[in-house]
Design a protein around this ligand. Structure first.
Ligand SMILES: Nc1ncnc2c1ncn2[C@@H]1O[C@H](COP(=O)(O)OP(=O)(O)OP(=O)(O)O)[C@@H](O)[C@H]1O
Length: 698
């Protein structure tokens, strides 16, 4: 048809009559044209050439209109470009959301805009939602996610700072719904924004400065909305492109509500203040020291590690970036996440011992016995998700070349002694703080916090309001006297107090019985765990003996009795240790006057002037002085040594029996060296130095 029209347009067909040159030309180009012409003429009385000519003219007219439209549009955009300035914002950028929120609060409501879009799902993470819930204190309202109204596609006009602005929310393919009306339906009636639409902010004038100011106002407004909250941003789980995606707003938690040693708390705050002081950055930069700070909070579960992190983020007005390492797909993604951090923020790596990152191969110094102990102690470890990030990758983002400056890394751990030494070395972790079980003093403060007036002077509801403050103080004191030092976790005690939310008198009266019951339950649980561990150890031992028996029978030397197999096992253990030490000797051969000198382990962390070196009475002890209730690796090694010293003697006897001479003296030396070779960072913090020094002297 097009070719026909073209032909009709190019050849003047008005005079194309049979027998004329034009008609013959047409007949030649379109075989059968004459027949069609006759058919139309005789049956419909219509001249086909006239019809075609009219169609050609119409086509030409419409293409002319299109050309005019295109030129008009070009002129329009040229004028727009000439007269306006603009800034576009990507759909996923946080600023995008902040601009929309600003428009929602300042333009849509005042202008009475009639075409809007509504959200009710992801909104709960926004400050305005929390504010409304807090303000209304309306339980039923809170059950339903409130609706927020925002600009839809297209342009929103408004005046800001005496400048005329237009914000365009641009349609993306994902947000467009093709209606039955095709492209005729305006965007706002044929689709709904998905939240990832880019924005273009335009302003009449030839400078972008007014737009920058406007964007600043949007940010200030968003910050104000968030004032009473800590913004927690979490890494997006398992996606192709890792990003800091989810934003959760948590109400501010005052640091006073996290109870632990007041001295250590004050030192921690002072340390952070000092780090965040602008002069510190200059100091670091001037001396070529990477401007970074790392903290490790460790202790049993429920002692306030996460609460402390949130409280610190709130106190310093920093955003808390929550990194869930097991859900990061690989080291590159981890790097990307760290690279996307703002210059000043806190990154929280929770339960860093449990993220499934393996120690670097070949770096583990654990003996078999130690491994056995660890196995038996950490049943839950078997169920850990295994991260695809490597330790090297993690170390690199924390303190490598790729690592960003300015941020604060907080790590929490229940078993800090399991952490790789490299992870907690200075530069990655500059302060280690132990959060322990609750002390009587902290329990008194917790009691007061639960029942006294809040910051706004409002008393708690119900009967509590009628109790005078002096009486509450007395109750708190008598309550705290019943709390054994360092036995219960703060979380446990908080749970108890919540059961008596409006009855402080009863809480104080019943505490003794509750503590006794809790102790009984905890003792029973410990005993059960001990028995289970014992059983596992026994089973493993039996399995080992069976394996040795099999080995022995394969060797055909007639060994078979339990005593013989145990002797064989000891020999194998000793041999393993000997080889291990020989391998080590190769790495650090230092012989002076024939005496082996054992190199002191790297104790940078332990030697740092950490706060509160003395054991604390308030539930917090500094790492160096307190190792959590679990037996430390050094203790285990020491215990292992005692056993292996016996083992050596017995082995000596056994080997004599077997006619194999073996120097017990050298074995003893080797054993001592093992002691000075701590396998965990906390060993280097606590016992490593001392033990090594003593052994070296001997
Ligand atoms: N030291 C503390 N002071 C006040 N409240 C505490 C303290 N420790 C724990 N809590 C309370 O116990 C609960 C759990 O605390 P949190 O999650 O901070 O402990 P955690 O040490 O991080 O535990 P986990 O190791 O299991 O993650 C919170 O509700 C918190 O209010």
């Amino acid at each position: 048809m097009n070719s026909l029209l073209a032909l009709a347009g190019t050849t003047s067909l008005l005079g194309a009559r049979p027998g004329t040159a034009s008609f013959e030309q047409l007949e030649e180009r379109i075989p059968g044209f004459g027949v069609l012409q006759n058919f139309f003429k005789s049956w419909l009385g219509v001249d086909l050439t006239t019809v075609l000519t009219a169609a050609a003219l119409m086509g030409a007219a419409s293409s002319g209109v299109r050309t005019i439209q295109a030129s008009g549009s070009k002129v329009y955009w040229w004028i727009i470009r000439f007269l306006t300035a603009s800034i576009s914002i990507a759909g996923k950028d946080r600023l995008n959301r902040e601009v929309l929120n600003w428009l929602g609060a300042h333009v849509l409501t005042t202008k009475g805009t009639r075409v809007l879009t509504a959200h009710s799902e992801t909104i709960q993470t926004d400050a305005w939602h929390h504010r409304r819930v807090l303000e209304r204190n309306d339980y039923h309202h809170e059950k339903r996610v409130p609706v927020q109204y925002l600009p839809t596609f297209g342009a929103t006009w408004f005046i800001h700072g005496r400048n005329l602005f237009m914000v365009r929310r641009i349609l993306t393919t994902s947000s467009h719904y093709k209606s039955a009306w095709g492209n005729q339906t305006p965007d706002e009636y044929s689709g709904a924004p998905q939240g990832d639409e880019p924005l273009v902010v335009m302003c009449l004038g030839r400078s972008v400065e007014p737009i920058k100011k406007f964007l600043d106002s949007c940010r200030v407004f968003a910050d104000k909305q968030r004032e009473a909250f800590v913004t927690v941003r979490a890494s997006k789980a398992r996606s192709y492109e890792e990003s800091w995606d989810t934003t959760i707003l948590r109400p501010l938690r005052p640091l006073e509500t996290v109870h632990f040693d007041e001295k250590i708390k004050a030192e921690l705050v002072a340390d952070l203040e000092n780090y965040l002081d602008p002069s510190t950055r200059k100091f670091y930069n001037g001396r070529g020291i990477p401007y970074r700070r790392g903290y490790l909070f460790y202790g049993p579960p429920g002692t306030g590690k996460t609460s402390l992190s949130l409280a610190l983020a709130g106190m310093f007005g920093l955003e808390l970036y929550l990194l869930h390492v097991p859900s990061v797909s690989d080291d590159r993604s981890l790097e990307k996440l760290f690279a996307a951090l703002p210059p000043r923020c806190m990154v929280l790596l929770e339960d860093i011992d449990a993220v499934g990152i393996k120690r670097r191969p070949g770096k583990s110094d654990d003996s078999d016995d130690e491994k056995d102990d660890k196995d038996s102690d950490s049943e839950e470890e078997r169920n850990l998700p295994s991260s695809r990030c490597t330790l090297a990758g993690l170390l690199n983002v924390l303190d490598g070349v790729a690592s960003q400056e300015g941020r604060i890394v907080l790590m929490t751990s229940n078993f800090a002694e399991k952490l790789d030494k490299a992870l907690v070395r200075p530069g990655r972790v500059d302060r280690i703080i132990y959060l322990g079980n609750i002390s009587p003093r902290s329990s008194e403060l917790m009691f007061m916090r639960m029942y006294s007036r809040n910051d706004e002077g409002q008393a708690p509801a119900g009967t509590v309001a009628k109790i005078p403050e002096a009486e509450l103080t007395q109750l708190a004191l008598s309550f705290s006297k019943e709390i054994p030092d360092e036995v219960l976790t703060p979380a446990q005690l908080q749970g108890y107090l919540l059961n008596y939310r409006e009855a402080p008198v009863e809480a104080a009266a019943n505490i003794r019985a509750w503590v006794a019951e809790e102790r009984r339950i905890m003792d029973a649980a410990k005993e059960k765990a001990r028995k289970a561990a014992e059983k596992r150890r026994k089973r493993r031992r039996e399995n080992k003996l069976k394996a040795y028996a099999k080995m022995a029978s394969q060797m055909g030397n007639g060994l078979g009795s339990d005593a013989e197999l145990e002797a064989l096992e000891r020999r194998v253990q000793n041999e393993k240790m000997k080889r291990h030490l020989q391998a080590q000797k190769k790495n650090e051969p230092q012989k002076t006057n024939g005496k082996t000198q054992v190199k002191a382990p790297v104790t940078a962390v332990g030697k740092r002037p950490l706060p509160g070196n003395a054991a604390s009475t308030n539930g917090v002890q500094e790492t160096r002085t307190t190792v959590p209730s679990r037996e430390s690796a050094a203790e285990r090694v020491l215990a292992g040594n005692a056993a292996s010293t016996n083992g050596i003697q017995e082995t000596q006897k056994e080997t004599d029996d077997n006619g194999e001479a073996r120097g017990s003296e050298s074995t003893a030396q080797e054993t001592e060296k093992t002691v000075g070779d701590p396998s965990s960072p906390l060993e280097s913090l606590s016992n490593g130095d001392k033990i090594t020094a003593e052994k070296t002297e001997s």
